[in-house]
Design a protein around this ligand. Structure first.
Ligand code: ADP
Ligand code: MG
Length: 437
């Protein structure tokens, strides 16, 4: 079964437009907010990273400066040992060596968190090795042997080379750090551009969607107003038509019958009294039937007296006789509904059956009245030609419009569904309102 609904089936009001605007522009604000937050978070992270790197470089610079000072002290000791000068205060020199040793070990410890911690450890070991050798020389009052002297000088050279390497590595590392920060800044700029671009694109889409929704809503509101005025005009015309028909019926049928009864009554009593009396009885019977028909036409008494179920049963039976179709009527309704609801559902069914007789060429019709939870459902289904999907929604066709207006008046909705292989189903759902409500 395919389902299609006439355009603008659902009612739209100020609230839906307002919600559309709030959701649309809310999304725009959220997207831009997210873009801003991500950019701020990234730049914050880069600033933190850069600050950490700069801190590390400052530390390295200080350590290098201090280690160079220690190296100067060591170089002086080597010089004295080699030249054999100032050997009189050997104890003080040994103390100097111990201090230099300790100082380098302390610097290596401080450098444990920097990029070249391993180099600093090697330097500390090399310094220790050198000072042991220098201490031995000092304890022996100067250079002991040539080999020992060579060893002392070469171990000092190792220390000098390690310090030199450290300076070289740190300079290289500084250049790398600089490059790293540059790359991170570039990444941030690229990421921000992409983020801002996509946020702008999404915001543009959201804004365009919101504008389209609002435009559509305004058109729907205009259409609803138009429909309302057409329905009111149609009702006025229908009222006028009913009044005219009523007036004709009263004048042509009831007026004529009463005139004939009167003329029978004013004749002389002795003239064919029995014939005239019988004539009067026939005329009065006809008038009673006419009045009953007129009254049923205006509003079926059965609806007021016995409710919607009885009213629909009466309507479907009469329709089956008149239109010569196979009619099925099913109802689950056991209680009386609110009189407005009964009237609206009855009139919807009446118009649906009139349409079936007029437009459908159906041979079978099914009317069903069901209740589910707190909903009432009225279904009128035929096996006729069905609605043409391409049918222009004629401005003159107010039957369906009126039916929909009635369904909405009850707080419900009306759907038109195509029945396979052919035919039309009118599906009305409204909230249940009982008679005492
Ligand atoms: N049961 C049906 N089967 C086929 N077509 C239908 C049926 N009911 C309505 N229609 C189509 O829908 C149109 C609109 O119906 P309606 O609004 O009641 O106007 P009207 O009956 O005055 O033409 C009809 O002209 C007809 O083409
Ligand atoms: Mg109609």
């Amino acid at each position: 079964m395919t389902r299609f609904i006439l355009p603008f089936n659902r009612r739209i009001g100020e609230r839906s437009v307002l919600w559309g605007l709030i959701i649309g522009f809310g999304l725009v604000v959220i997207l831009l907010g997210i873009a801003g937050l991500v950019a701020v978070r990234d730049s914050h992270a880069i600033r933190k990273n850069a600050a950490r790197l700069v801190q590390e470089q400052l530390l390295v610079a200080r350590l290098l400066h201090e280690v160079q000072a220690e190296e100067d002290a060591l170089a002086l000791i080597v010089h004295r040992i080699v030249r054999e000068v100032g050997m009189e205060d050997r104890v003080a020199r040994i103390e100097d060596l111990k201090k230099a040793d300790k100082a380098v070990a302390k610097l290596a410890h401080e450098a444990r968190l920097t990029a070249h911690a391993q180099d600093w450890q090697s330097l500390a070991q090399a310094t220790q090795l050198f000072s042991e050798k220098a201490r031995t020389s000092l304890e022996h009052g100067g250079a002991t042997s040539r080999t020992h002297m060579e060893e002392l000088i070469s171990s000092h050279e190792v220390v000098v080379k390690l310090i030199h390497d450290l300076i070289l590595h740190s300079t290289k590392h500084l250049a790398e750090v600089d490059q790293q920060i540059g790359l991170q800044l570039q990444d941030l700029a690229d990421e921000s551009a992409v983020l801002l671009g996509s946020s702008l694109l999404l915001s543009g889409l959201c804004a365009a969607g919101t504008i389209l929704f609002v435009r559509h809503s305004i058109r729907r509101i205009e259409w609803q107003q138009d429909e309302l005025s057409r329905v009111s005009w149609h009702m006025l015309q229908t009222q006028e038509e009913t009044a005219r028909r009523f007036s004709h019926e009263l004048h042509d049928e009831l007026g004529q019958s009463l005139a004939a009864v009167r003329s029978n009554l004013v004749r002389r009593v002795d003239e064919n009294f029995e014939d005239r009396r019988a004539d009067c009885v026939v005329l009065v019977d006809q008038s009673i039937a006419n009045v009953r028909e007129l009254s049923q036409l205006l509003r079926p008494v059965i609806l007021d007296d016995f409710g919607l179920d009885a009213g629909l049963r009466w309507l479907t039976e009469k329709f089956a006789q008149r239109a010569q179709v196979e009619m099925t009527y099913d109802s689950q309704l056991e209680t009386r509904l609110h009189s407005d609801l009964e009237t609206h559902l009855f009139r919807i069914a009446q118009e649906a059956l009139t349409n079936i007789a007029r437009h459908s060429k159906a041979t079978q019709v099914k009317v069903t009245l069901t209740t589910e939870l707190d909903q009432v459902q009225l279904i009128v289904e035929d096996n006729g030609g069905g609605l043409s999907i391409n049918r222009e929604h004629s401005r003159q066709s107010l039957g369906l419009t009126g039916m929909r207006a009635r369904a909405r008046e009850c707080g419900g909705s009306l759907e038109l569904q195509a029945v396979r292989p052919h035919g039309l189903r009118i599906f009305v759902t409204t909230p249940m309102r009982l008679a005492q409500d």
